[in-house]
Design a protein around this ligand. Structure first.
Ligand code: PHE
Length: 448
């Protein structure tokens, strides 16, 4: 079966593609802005704990189920279920994940469109076309609709090409460049006046804030969003991994890469905020809250590039280009969820399924743009703060309680005969069975 489906051609290809899915706007737009408005270091602290203790085990559940079933989430959960009732519920969870993935893509494409806008604006400024550049950088319904549609078109274009030619090739080329660019910028910003203030807020935690239920719930959502969990993305990527690979270490690499890039982006964004403040740009309102959390980085980063002089425009162009690519390697992994589902269920042709799905998501996204004030924040909260952790909870239940333990062990033993004596097998099954579900439920209970 695996032969007729796509497959990643190499270990590094998978790591980069899965890391490409994980690393995106969640790391560079979501995490740092949430950290900035929720206690800085306290948020970082809770996020780190949750990423390694909850998100990594949940990621492993998706990868292992995916590779075992070599199918989309709905089929996979049905396949590992012990009874037909659980099978039906499993399909329901898979379909719910697909809906959440599509909704995430519908807001994601809006923000990604802004990234493209700032990239093109930098190019136009170099050509002296300042009026169009300013239009691209200013908030308007027309701009948002145009750029969102463009981004959705790019995403669909890559997905029609399938796993190897599309997803893998692009991730391999562009991920390393993003990393280099982030490091360079973070090092530069730390030399500027005002930066140390931001650094302090990012690194010195107020532990009273770290135990606030609301902060913990937000950090949980951020960790699940940033690792692309709960919606079947990682499960479907897992289904394209060859049986030769050692899954726990693959998952470990993806987690470490993703978390490092989020933390690194914090070193860029929080100091930049205070550099901007130092340069007279308003970022807080009278009561000390951040102005416009969602668009924060589109204010403070351009202000940072301005400090560099004329080379700043080139750098801004480069940065927003890489951000657009990071968003693309994530958005393709979201679109792959409904596409894989319909292609496998109805044996449809990949290109036509892709374009129909894209058209539907584009319409949802346009609806959000036309009702921005009411819908944008609401869709983000519902999908990332509630949808992803709750669906992740269900994946843990399937991996821990419903899946036959022998089959699970056989899956782990593929190309790793000693798996039964390894640390992973001794800890993980009980951990996803008991600890993960309890912590997730506990966090939700506390926050109500
Ligand atoms: N992890 C991606 C990011 O950080 C977002 C994402 C969520 C991707 C869900 C796929 C599925 O930007």
């Amino acid at each position: 079966m695996a032969g007729s489906r796509g497959q990643f051609s190499s270990r590094i290809g998978f790591i980069l593609a899965a890391a490409g899915s994980a690393v995106g706007l969640g790391n560079i737009w979501g995490f740092p802005t949430q950290a900035a408005s929720n206690g800085g270091a306290a948020f970082l602290f809770v996020y780190l704990i949750l990423a390694f203790t909850l998100a990594y085990p949940a990621l492993m559940a998706e990868l292992i189920i995916g590779r075992h079933a070599h199918a989309n989430a709905a089929t996979a959960l049905r396949q590992i279920s012990p009874s037909s009732l659980w099978g039906k519920i499993g399909s329901g969870v898979g379909v719910a994940g697909m809906v959440v993935a599509s909704l995430i893509l519908s807001f994601y494409a809006i923000v990604a469109g802004w990234m493209i806008g700032f990239f093109v604006a930098a190019l136009l400024k170099l050509l002296g076309l300042n009026d169009v550049a300013i239009w691209l950088e200013s908030f308007s319904t027309a701009r948002n609709l145009g750029l969102m549609t463009l981004f959705m078109g790019l995403t669909a274009g890559i997905i029609t090409q399938g796993v190897h030619g599309g997803i893998e090739k692009w991730s391999e080329r562009l991920m390393p460049m993003l990393l280099a660019c982030l490091v360079g910028l973070a090092v530069y910003v730390l030399t500027l006046p005002g930066a140390s203030e931001g650094l302090k807020i990012y690194l010195l935690p107020d532990f009273n804030k770290a135990i606030e239920p609301d902060l913990i719930l937000k950090a949980l959502g951020a960790a699940f969003f940033s690792l692309s969990l709960g919606v079947g993305t990682m499960l479907i990527y897992g289904s394209y991994i060859s049986d030769e690979e050692h899954l726990p270490s693959l998952g470990g690499w993806v987690t470490v890469t993703d978390v490092s890039i989020a933390v690194l982006a914090g070193f860029l964004v929080l100091p930049s905020m205070y550099v901007a403040l130092h340069n007279g740009i308003e970022i807080f309102d009278a009561s000390g809250n951040l102005l416009s959390e969602d668009t924060l980085i589109f204010t403070v980063l351009p202000a940072l590039f301005d400090t560099i002089g004329s080379a700043g425009v080139v750098l801004a162009g480069f940065f927003f280009f890489l951000m657009s690519i990071a968003a693309l390697t994530s958005s393709i992994s979201m679109l792959e969820v409904p596409v894989a589902y319909f292609v496998e269920r109805d044996a449809g042709s990949r290109p036509s399924v892709t374009w129909v799905t894209t058209a539907i998501i584009t319409l949802i996204s346009a609806t959000i743009i036309l009702n921005f004030e009411t819908l944008f924040g609401l869709v983000i909260t519902l999908t990332t703060r509630y949808g992803q952790p709750l669906l992740g909870f269900m994946f843990c239940i399937y991996a821990g309680w419903l899946w036959n333990r022998d089959t699970l062990l056989t899956e782990l033993k593929k190309n790793n005969p000693g798996a039964a004596d390894g640390l992973f097998w001794r800890i993980w099954p009980t951990y996803v069975k008991v600890v993960c579900p309890l912590i997730i439920l506990g966090i939700f209970y506390q926050s109500i």
